[in-house]
Design a protein around this ligand. Structure first.
Ligand code: UDP
Length: 328
């Protein structure tokens, strides 16, 4: 039986990856320190013999007994509200955590896939973003802790590949959504859906003309799976190129949820990228991958999930207010 270590396993993407690799017949070793993850996302797997869980912070030395065939490094805070709250951990898990896991991959002769991000393109001056674009990142802005950790992560991964011959894969993940997103992570989809469920107005930041392209989680996981199994070592964008402005998206959510609330406008967070759309030519050519789930179907499934959450969970949601921070 192939053995795979998944870090950030109790998070949104990590938990879906655990499900997928269990389904593919792997022995899954899940690791998380639960700073932003939640055991609820993987508790259904605890009864399985081919699943084990380690509570561990990967910025400390990582020890896993026995053989390892694959490592997926998905541990990281991944939303602007988290970068503001836990900036040092964000830097450490991308830098020190990645170093530890590359060391483990080298020791075990395992293939390692690193979760990178469209954030490495920053506020992009090239549109749509191809893998060859170097990005436009503010190193000292509020997102710098994430963006630069992820850029360092890519560099050290390529160094381990070139210098030590470690088998590495790098996925650049664009905005992804679906069941198990954290309701209070401040991201636009949980924010709008939570507001609709609580009967609050939907908060659009800025004038809403900024764009994003949202990929349903099942599509994202399929792309990651194919990349891991491929022999391609340079970064690959995995995301849905179907782009929408945030104000049009708010209207879509109003229609989908049937809320009678309206859109209200708040300050735009500092360094919020104006546009984002993946060029997925590489993923199509190399992996034969493209997204299959449209926004309407994906958002419907996601809203069904948020509707199952209790009132307590709904009330716990924090609101992002960047007006003070922006002044600094
Ligand atoms: N956004 C918004 N209202 C919210 C939360 C987010 O208008 O309540 C905007 C945010 O400013 C950004 C976009 O939605 O332009 C996507 O934000 P998210 O945090 O989901 O992802 P990211 O900016 O990292 O792509």
């Amino acid at each position: 039986m192939k053995r795979i270590l998944i870090t950030g396993a109790a998070g949104f993407l990590g938990s879906h990856l655990c499900d997928r690799f269990i389904k593919e017949g792997f022995h899954v070793i899940a690791m998380d320190n639960l700073i932003t993850g939640d055991l609820k996302n993987i508790e259904h797997l605890f009864k399985l013999e081919q699943f084990e869980y380690y509570h561990h912070d990967v910025t400390k030395f990582v020890h896993v007994p026995g053989k390892l065939d694959y490592i997926l490094h998905f541990a990281s805070p991944a939303s602007p509200i988290d970068y503001l709250k836990i900036p040092i951990q964000t830097l450490k898990v991308g830098a020190l955590g990645t170093h530890n896991l590359l060391g483990l991959a080298k020791e075990k002769g395992a293939r390692i896939l690193i979760a990178s991000t469209s954030e490495i393109y920053g506020d992009p001056l090239v549109h749509p973003q191809t893998e060859e674009y170097y990005g436009n990142v503010n190193t000292i802005g509020p997102r710098g802790v994430y963006d630069e950790a992820k850029r360092f992560q890519e560099s050290i991964t390529m160094a381990y590949h070139r210098f030590h011959g470690v088998e590495t894969r790098i996925v650049r993940i664009f905005n992804t959504y679906g069941p198990r997103m954290r309701l209070n992570d401040g991201r636009v989809i949980p924010a709008f859906m939570g507001q609709a469920l609580r009967g609050e107005d939907l908060t659009v930041f800025g004038d809403g003309s900024q764009t994003r392209s949202f990929c349903y989680v099942d599509d994202e996981i399929e792309g990651i799976y194919r990349l891991l199994m491929s022999d391609y070592t340079l970064p690959v964008n995995i995301g849905n190129p179907h782009e929408i402005t945030i104000s049009d998206f708010a209207e879509e959510i109003i229609k989908l949820t049937g809320t009678e609330q309206k859109v209200i406008y708040k300050d735009l967070p500092k360094d919020d990228p104006m546009q984002r759309q993946p060029d997925i030519t590489k993923a199509k050519e190399i992996l034969g991958w493209e997204p299959k789930v449209g926004r309407e179907e994906g958002m419907r499934k996601t809203f069904e999930y948020f509707k199952t959450l209790s009132n307590d969970e709904l009330e716990k949601t924090e609101h992002r207010d960047f007006s003070e921070r922006n002044k600094k």
